[in-house]
Design a binder for this molecule. Sequence first.
Ligand SMILES: C[S@@+](CC[C@H](N)C(=O)[O-])C[C@H]1O[C@@H](n2cnc3c(N)ncnc32)[C@H](O)[C@@H]1O
Length: 252
Amino acid sequence: MTDQHNDNTTHFGFEDVKKEEKVQRVADVFHSVAGKYDLMNDLMSGGVHRLWKRITIEQSGVRTGNTVLDIAGGTGDLTMRFSRLVGPTGKVVLADINDSMLKVGRDKLMDKGVTGNVEFVQANAEALPFPDNTFDVITIAFGLRNVTDKDAALRSMTRVLKPGGKVMVLEFSKTDNPLLTKAYDFYSFNILPQMGSMIAGDADSYRYLAESIRMHPDQETLKSMMQDAGLTHCKYQNMTGGIVALHTGIKP
Ligand SMILES: C[S@@+](CC[C@H](N)C(=O)[O-])C[C@H]1O[C@@H](n2cnc3c(N)ncnc32)[C@H](O)[C@@H]1O
């Protein structure tokens, strides 16, 4: 299963667009929201995104001396925590395709004194610029949804992961409780764009956020995509009723 319609088109939220157009429009979204990204995350999720990220860190098994890739790492929430866990003998690479998000992330980590074992790399998840078998753990948090060719990204992550290493995909997913789904839809399509407009001066980017979540593969489909990319022991854990799921897989 892929998210492509044919060789040249894909979706940007609910719209069908050419693949090159999606890349540009996703870039525009994150250039636009970068400065207000952290504030909006806290407001939109009522702070719960911190809990989703904490669970991801706890389940990563990252230890002193490990090498970690946080792809689509944006403003560096996961990188910051991994940096402490790997210590001075380890390394964390915060990679993102978008230089505005990377800049906000780099400035934030510098301000918090997170330096020394973190590298910042501008990279596309679909074609990671690292040698085979480099990382002990790779995370992609709320990033895969925005990637044009998700299968290519999962294959690329698998390639640069060490045998025995773990890929972790933290992403919005599908709720199975009809009442929760109704409330969540109302919130996403009515309240989120208004918050985006008031706080970040950009309703369209937050409309895209809601639409892109609905278009993202469900839990079982993403699990099969990870298996197809060559990962084993693929499984997922729903959080907040399936609003978010944490998928993991191991490189054999
Ligand atoms: C919603 S933010 C997530 C940031 C961070 N991981 C977090 O959880 O707060 C999505 C990030 O994915 C990045 N992104 C989108 N497409 C990408 C791609 N093809 N390769 C790498 N990063 C990408 C965006 O630039 C953006 O910083």
